[in-house]
Design a binder for this molecule. Structure first.
Ligand code: FAD
Length: 410
């Protein structure tokens, strides 16, 4: 098999596609084209250890340069794929080059959703997606400074945790009535709000979004719609992401909240696949389509796409999972809630170790585990197999979770 593969984008999924192709003994040409100046790297530490200064840039990389050299993977960094010529099976790059492909893998990821707020272009206002974004934040990210975070999603809260530990004075403003409202149940939101308040973070929910940022050249405060002002030496905005689908759309590929792919990561063009944050894919275990923003999805879709290219069709069907680190709290989420009719708590929020089980009737559909790795690990299988539980037994911590899981699976 000596096809010529181009990978558009050089992020987590792109790196994994190249690695999986070579692991699968693919001996064709592989070229990765990425607009950032870095080799494929993992983003989670950008709002955790890397932001805290506890991790070297080198350790973010999925593979070091030597790997790509030894495995004959050509990487063109600082270069955008500008357009796709589907009939001619080639891509045009920002360098002016044109590259032919037998198969193209689109791995363009996503970008932060921008807010329309007066003053958003002032210096000191940041979004967080790349290494360069973190480097830009560093000069103001110092003890004693006032940091305002717009958006209490997981990225905003992770930044809040790192900043509070560093000694910044942190205020989080959120439009919704509770933190992480898009991903966790009210009980878990309340728990994290309390943890942040105990760490000195000022959390302000239910805010009118019509705020403005003020300052002369550099931001110095946020003024809310109610006229209340919050001092800000820097502002970090984290209000969600948008999938990078533009080159796919311009090429006429089917897109709808992401590039539409099947369970083998194939688009509606037989010569083009897509993986990671930029896709919208079917999940047979959940019986619906999803667009996910997670490392697990980026890695697993990349493996699926590589298998498809090699000719070993393996459908991608897994229960999604995700994690977030805030202070000493590891939140691990497995499954997708939303259709649940009740939440059962197991363990003690006050002991900073508990799990919230999302039930649809007696069927387990999702779990938020806080410092509960066992519940998280076992729940992956339980959810995939549609395990059923008596809610009262599930809440009873005098019974080992492993025994409950074994009984449900037998
Ligand atoms: P990306 O990693 O975004 O890579 C896409 C790359 O393609 C980018 O470098 C982009 O510049 C490039 N690109 C785009 N368009 C073009 C083009 N036309 N030509 C060339 N290059 C292009 N997930 C978790 O599971 N757990 C976490 O704790 C977690 N924490 C996170 C913290 C932060 C701060 C961020 C930003 C993300 C976090 N995520 C986390 C999400 C996770 O990092 C993403 O889901 C993952 O990076 C998606 O990988 P990807 O390859 O699809 O996209």
């Amino acid at each position: 098999m000596s096809e010529n593969i181009i990978i558009a984008g050089a992020g987590h999924a792109a790196g994994q596609v190249a690695v999986s192709l070579r692991q699968g003994n693919f001996d064709g040409r592989i070229t990765i084209v990425g607009e950032e100046p870095y080799l494929p790297y993992q983003r989670p530490p950008l709002s955790k250890a890397f932001l805290a200064g506890d991790m070297e840039l080198d350790r973010l990389l999925i593979r070091h340069e030597r790997y790509y050299q030894e495995h004959d993977v050509d990487i063109r960094l600082g270069t955008r794929v500008e357009s796709i010529d589907r009939p001619g099976r080639s891509v045009r790059l920002s360098s002016g080059d044109q590259l032919d492909y037998d198969r193209l893998v689109i791995a363009t990821g996503s970008r932060p959703r921008r807010v329309e707020m007066p003053g958003v272009d002032l210096e000191g206002v940041h979004y967080l997606r790349t290494i360069e974004d973190v480097e830009r934040m560093r000069p103001d990210f110092k003890a004693g400074n006032n940091l305002v975070i717009v958006g209490a999603g997981y990225i905003g809260l992770e930044v809040a945790a790192v900043a509070a530990k560093r000694g910044l004075k942190v205020t989080v403003v959120e439009m919704a009535e509770r933190v992480m409202s898009r991903v966790v149940c009210p009980e878990v939101s309340q728990f994290f709000e309390k943890a942040h308040r105990e760490a000195g973070v000022d959390i302000r929910c239910s805010r009118d979004p019509k705020s403005e940022l003020l300052g002369k050249g550099h931001v110095d405060r946020l003024r809310g719609a109610d006229g209340v002002e919050i001092l800000a030496d820097m502002v970090c905005i984290g209000v969600g992401i948008l999938p990078n689908t533009e080159i796919a759309e311009a090429a006429g590929l089917d897109c709808q909240n992401g590039i539409l792919v099947d369970e083998y990561c194939r688009t509606n063009d037989p010569h083009i696949l897509a993986v990671g944050d930029c896709t919208n894919h079917p999940n047979s275990l959940l019986g619906r389509r999803l667009r996910l923003e997670s490392v697990h999805n980026a890695q697993e879709q990349a493996k699926t796409a590589a298998a498809t290219i090699i000719g070993e069709l393996k459908p991608y069907a897994q229960i999604p999972w995700f994690w977030s680190d805030q202070y000493d709290l590891k939140l691990q989420i497995v499954g997708i809630g939303g259709t649940h009719d009740r939440v059962v708590l197991r363990g003690e929020p006050d002991e900073r170790s508990f799990a919230a089980f999302y039930m649809e009737g007696n069927r387990l559909i999702a779990v938020d585990a806080i410092n509960r790795p066992r519940e998280f690990m076992l729940s992956k299988k339980l959810i995939a197999q549609g395990a059923r539980f008596d809610p009262e037994t599930l809440a009873d911590t005098s019974i080992e979770f492993k025994s409950l899981a074994d009984a449900a699976l037998s």
